[in-house]
Design a binder for this molecule. Structure first.
Ligand SMILES: [Zn+2]
Ligand SMILES: [Zn+2]
Length: 637
C-alpha cells in the first residue's frame, strides 16, 4: 500500500497505481466530478495518471490559479482536434500555452485560414466541448509513437529527437490524439470559455528556411466573465496602441532612416523631461550622485567587462584612429571606470551613482515595435556600492524608492526574487546564500509577498524583478535590482575597510523605469494618452467664448498661468465654441477653460476637467493654486 497525504495532513492508504480520480471518488463522487487536475508532490498531474509511491496530493477544481497553462494548452489540443475534423489533411507542429493564451502551428497545405474559418473552427470546438470526451494519457514506445504519427511529418521529426529510452506519452480525446508530455485537464468539458483570436504565419521551428506554417492564437479561461473581461482588455489595448496615440498626440516618430531609433517630438520631449526631472529630484533626495559616461568606448573596455565575447552581436562597433570601438549596450563598464577613478572607503558607502544612460542594442528588424522594442533607449541606471552588511538596508531603501515611483503612475506590481542558477554561476556559494537571505529579509521586513524563482538569477548574482500591471491587465517587467559579483571582480574594484584592508565592494545595478522610452510607451497606453496634469504636454487650453469680448482676458489668464510654469495656450481660431471644446477633449488636455462675460466680470475661470462633463467655476487665484497643487502632488492625495 502507498500513503497519500492530503493538504490538511490527513493520510490515507491506497494500492500502488491509484489515480487521483480514484482518490477523489473515494472521498465523494461530487468531489470527483469537480476535480480537473491534481497536484502530486507539488507538480501538476493528470486525474487519470497512476501514482506509484507515497505522495502528497492536492485536488484542484476549475477555479484554481495553477490551472491557467494547463487549461490553455488543453484548449490548443481542442483546437487541433476541431481542425483535424474540418481539414483531415492537416498536419501539426507545436501548440504550447503562452502568456495569455495558447497557439497551435499547423500545415493546411494550400488552405489559408481566414477570420471566417476561425468562426467555423470555434463552432466545431464548441461541439466537441459539448461531447465532453475524457482526455486520456497513454504511454507508448518510440516505435509505437512513430507508427501512430506516421502521416505527420512535424510530429515525426519531434519523435525522432526524443531519447531512445524515454517513454513517450500520447494524449487522446475521442478520435483525436496528440504527442504531448501533458498534463491535461480531465475532459474537454472544462474548455468551454475560449476564443480564437487571430491567425498568422510562422516558420516551422522559427526557421525561415523551413516550412511556412499557420499559427492560430486563442485564449481559454475557467470563468466566462474572465474571458469577457479579457476580450474587453484586448479591444482596449488595440485602441490605446501607443504607436497610434504617439502619432495623434505628436509624441514621437520613427523614420525609415532610423528603424528602431525614435525621434522625440516637442510634446514627447515634455513627457521625457518631466519623467527625468521627477527621477533626478527623487534620487537627489535619496542621496544619489549622478554621472554621464560616454556612449562610445574602446574594445579593450568591453573585453574587460566580457561584453566583447558574450554580447558582441548586439553591439554596434566602429573604428576611430584605427582602434576598435563599441557603442555601449549597457552603462555598467563606464560606471566601473568612474568608480576606479578615485579611492573609496567604507565611509563613502552606500555609494549611489545614478546615470540616465543612452544605450544602443542591435535588435532584429522584425522584433522592433514602436517604443516597446527599440534600438536605442535610456536606462535609468544606478550602481550602488555597499558592504555585505549593508545589503538588507539598501534593498529596503530601494523597495521604498521604487514603490514611491510606481505609485505616482497608479501602477500596481509584484516582485519576483530569482536565486542562484544550479550550475552556471560565479562567486562563492556562501556569498550567494548571504545575499539571497538579505534580499528575502528586506522583502519580509517591508511585509511584501513575493514570488520565488529558484535558479532563475543571473550567473553573476541574485535579483529582484518588479512586474508592473497596467490598466489593461498586462504585465510589464520594468524595475530590477541585481546584485553583481562579476564586474567588481573583472574591474578589480576595492574599498578600504574599517581595519584598513582592501576589500571587494558588493555592487547593485538597479533601474526603476527600465527604459524611459519603453516606460513612456507603457504609460501612454496605461493612461490612454490622457496623462496626469504634471506630465501632460499641454495642461490647459483656454477658449474665449467670443474673441473680441473675451480674448484680452483669455490672454491675461494665459500669461499668468504660463508665468506660474503651466503649459497653457489660448485657442483664438475662428471656429465654433463647441468645436474647440471638442478638439481640446480629443487632444486629451487635462483642463479646458471657457471664458465669457461672467468670468471676465468676476475675474474667474470656468473649467472642464478631461473625462468629465461637469463645469466648475472658481476665482482665478483659487484655480491657480489648485493647478499648482495638482502638479506638485502629481495627483497623489
Ligand atoms: Zn498537450
Ligand atoms: Zn549596471
Amino acid at each position: 500500500m502507498i500513503k497519500i497525504t492530503f493538504p490538511d495532513n490527513s493520510v490515507k492508504e491506497f494500492e500502488p497505481g491509484v489515480t487521483p480520480l480514484k482518490i477523489a471518488s473515494s472521498i465523494s463522487s461530487s468531489l470527483a466530478k469537480k476535480c480537473v487536475i491534481a497536484k502530486v508532490n507539488g507538480n501538476l498531474h493528470d486525474m487519470a495518471t497512476p501514482i506509484e509511491e507515497d505522495a502528497t496530493i492536492e485536488l484542484l477544481n476549475i477555479d484554481s490559479a495553477d490551472l491557467k497553462d494547463v487549461l490553455n494548452h488543453s484548449c490548443a489540443h481542442l483546437l487541433a482536434h476541431a481542425i483535424k475534423k474540418l481539414y483531415p489533411h492537416a498536419m501539426f507542429g507545436v501548440g504550447p500555452s503562452i502568456d495569455e493564451g495558447f497557439y497551435y502551428d499547423l500545415d493546411l497545405g494550400d488552405v489559408k485560414l481566414t477570420d471566417e474559418d476561425l468562426v467555423k473552427i470555434e463552432k466545431k470546438m464548441t461541439a466537441l466541448v459539448a461531447e465532453g470526451a475524457s482526455i486520456q494519457r497513454r504511454v507508448v514506445s518510440k516505435e509505437e509513437a512513430k507508427e501512430l504519427f506516421k502521416d505527420e511529418v512535424y510530429k515525426l521529426e519531434l519523435i525522432e529527437e526524443l531519447p531512445e529510452d524515454e517513454s513517450i506519452t500520447v494524449y487522446e480525446q475521442g478520435d483525436f490524439r496528440d504527442l504531448c508530455r501533458g498534463p491535461h485537464v480531465s475532459s474537454t468539458k472544462w474548455l468551454k470559455n475560449f476564443k480564437l483570436l487571430s491567425v498568422s504565419g510562422a516558420y516551422w521551428r522559427g526557421d525561415a528556411k523551413k516550412a511556412q506554417l499557420q499559427r492560430v492564437y486563442g485564449t481559454c479561461f475557467a470563468k466566462e466573465e474572465d474571458l469577457k473581461q479579457h476580450l474587453i482588455n484586448l479591444e482596449e489595448r488595440k485602441k490605446r496602441d501607443h504607436r497610434r496615440l504617439g502619432k495623434e498626440l505628436e509624441l514621437f516618430m520613427i523614420s525609415e532612416y532610423g528603424p528602431g531609433f525614435p525621434f522625440w517630438l516637442p510634446n514627447g520631449m515634455i513627457l521625457r523631461r518631466n519623467l527625468e526631472n521627477f527621477w533626478y529630484d527623487l534620487h537627489t533626495k535619496r542621496g544619489y550622485q549622478f554621472v554621464q559616461t560616454p556612449v562610445m568606448l574602446s574594445k579593450e573596455l568591453w573585453e574587460t567587462s566580457g561584453h566583447w565575447f558574450n554580447y558582441k552581436e548586439n553591439m554596434y562597433t566602429s573604428q576611430i584612429d584605427e582602434r576598435e570601438f563599441a557603442i555601449k549596450p549597457m552603462n555598467c563598464p563606464g560606471g566601473m571606470l568612474v568608480y576606479k577613478n578615485s579611492i573609496h572607503s567604507y565611509r563613502d558607502f552606500p555609494l549611489r551613482v545614478g546615470e540616465l544612460g543612452l544605450v544602443h542594442r542591435h535588435e532584429a528588424s522584425g522584433a522592433l515595435a514602436g517604443l516597446f522594442r527599440v534600438r536605442n533607449f535610456t536606462q535609468d541606471d544606478a550602481h550602488i556600492f555597499i558592504t555585505e552588511e549593508q545589503i538588507e538596508n539598501e534593498i529596503i531603501e530601494l523597495l521604498d524608492l521604487f514603490d514611491s515611483v510606481y505609485k505616482v503612475f497608479n501602477l500596481s506590481y509584484h516582485i519576483e526574487l530569482s536565486t542562484r542558477p544550479e550550475d552556471k554561476y560565479i562567486g562563492e556559494i556562501e556569498t550567494w546564500n548571504k545575499a539571497e537571505a538579505a534580499l528575502a529579509r528586506a522583502l519580509e521586513a517591508k511585509g511584501i509577498n513575493y514570488i520565488l524563482n529558484p535558479g532563475d538569477g543571473a550567473f553573476y548574482g541574485p535579483k529582484l524583478d518588479f512586474k508592473l500591471r497596467d490598466s489593461m491587465n498586462r504585465i510589464w517587467q520594468c524595475g530590477t535590482i541585481q546584485l553583481d559579483m562579476n564586474l567588481p571582480e573583472r574591474f578589480d574594484l576595492t574599498y578600504v575597510s574599517e581595519t584598513g584592508e582592501k576589500l571587494r565592494p558588493i555592487m547593485l545595478h538597479r533601474a526603476c523605469f527600465g527604459s524611459i522610452e519603453r516606460f513612456i510607451g507603457i504609460i501612454t497606453e496605461h493612461f490612454a494618452g490622457a496623462f496626469p496634469l504634471w506630465l501632460a504636454p499641454k495642461q490647459i487650453v483656454i477658449i474665449p467664448v467670443n474673441n473680441d469680448a473675451h480674448g484680452a482676458y483669455a490672454k491675461e489668464v494665459c500669461a499668468k498661468l504660463a508665468n506660474a510654469g503651466l503649459r497653457v495656450s489660448v485657442d483664438e481660431r475662428d471656429e465654433k465654441l463647441n468645436y474647440k471644446i471638442r478638439e481640446s477633449q480629443t487632444k486629451k488636455t487635462p483642463y479646458t477653460l471657457v471664458l465669457g462675460d461672467k468670468e471676465v466680470a468676476e475675474a474667474a475661470v470656468t473649467y472642464r476637467k478631461f473625462g468629465t462633463q461637469a463645469s466648475t467655476t472658481l476665482s482665478f487665484e483659487e484655480f491657480l493654486s489648485q493647478m499648482k497643487e495638482e502638479v506638485e502632488t502629481k495627483g497623489i492625495k
